[in-house]
Design a protein around this ligand. Structure first.
Ligand SMILES: [Zn+2]
Length: 249
């Protein structure tokens, strides 16, 4: 049976280890503190139950570590991939975290308000009921989360994909939003407020563009470039509408 350099102890002999790849080791149960480590890929280790707090770690990939029950709080961690961690019931508040991908985590019911978070990808989280209001969040990909019923107002959100989150009944009017994917959300069609909000949003953006047009600052004005919306789930192509062409008719 092949062993990774943590299991063999070899990692202790390497001076200033910056990146460590120990993906797919079936013997690994614990990641020790490795001083100076910046990137760690310990994905697909089915028996890994614990990751130590490694000061200075910037990127952690523990995708498909099905026995992992806890993510350590590592201040300064920039990016975290923990998709497919089936035993994970919560994500801690990690100060400074900018990117989080926690898709396919069936036991996750909530995502905390992580102040610096910029991109959140939480596809196929079947127990997830709530999306936090994170003011700096620009990208939210929360498609195929069947327990999600609403998207909160997240000021500054530019990209939202909630397609296939079939229980969604509400998407608010978010003024910075440029791209919205919300096909296969059958209940949205029964929410007249959503249509009303989109109309208001289009009107507002048209006005802003008109204001800027004379000053040749059009490019600076906010603009929804694409809307994918499926009244009654009639399919992807039918759902595709271009906001830009509509407002220039
Ligand atoms: Zn190992």
């Amino acid at each position: 049976m092949t062993m990774c350099i943590i299991c063999t102890g070899e990692y202790k002999t390497i001076e200033s280890l910056l990146k460590l790849y120990c993906s797919g080791c079936i013997r690994l149960t614990k990641i020790p503190v490795i001083p100076g480590l910046q990137k760690l890929d310990c994905s697909r280790c089915p028996n890994l139950i614990e990751i130590s707090v490694i000061p200075g770690l910037r990127e952690l990939n523990c995708l498909d570590c099905t026995s992992l029950i806890e993510i350590p709080i590592i201040p300064g961690l920039d990016e975290l991939w923990c998709s497919g961690c089936k035993s994970l019931t919560e994500i801690p508040i990690i100060p400074g975290l900018k990117y989080l991908n926690c898709s396919f985590c069936p036991s996750l019911t909530e995502i905390p308000n992580i102040p610096q978070l910029n991109r959140l990808i939480c596809l196929y989280c079947e127990s997830l009921t709530k999306i936090p209001v994170i003011p700096g969040l620009q990208t939210l990909n929360c498609g195929c989360c069947p327990s999600l019923t609403k998207i909160p107002v997240i000021p500054g959100l530019e990209y939202l994909n909630c397609s296939g989150s079939r229980s969604l009944i509400y998407i608010p009017n978010i003024s910075e939003l440029r791209t919205l994917f919300c096909y296969q959300c059958p209940w949205l069609t029964q929410n007249s407020e959503f249509e009303e909000n989109l109309k208001k949003l289009r009107f507002l953006q048209k006005k802003i563009r008109q204001l800027y047009a004379g000053k040749k600052l059009e490019a600076l004005s906010p603009q929804i470039s694409e809307i994918y919306y499926s009244p009654g789930c009639k399919g992807y192509e039918l759902a595709k509408r271009s906001f830009y062409t509509q407002t220039h008719e």
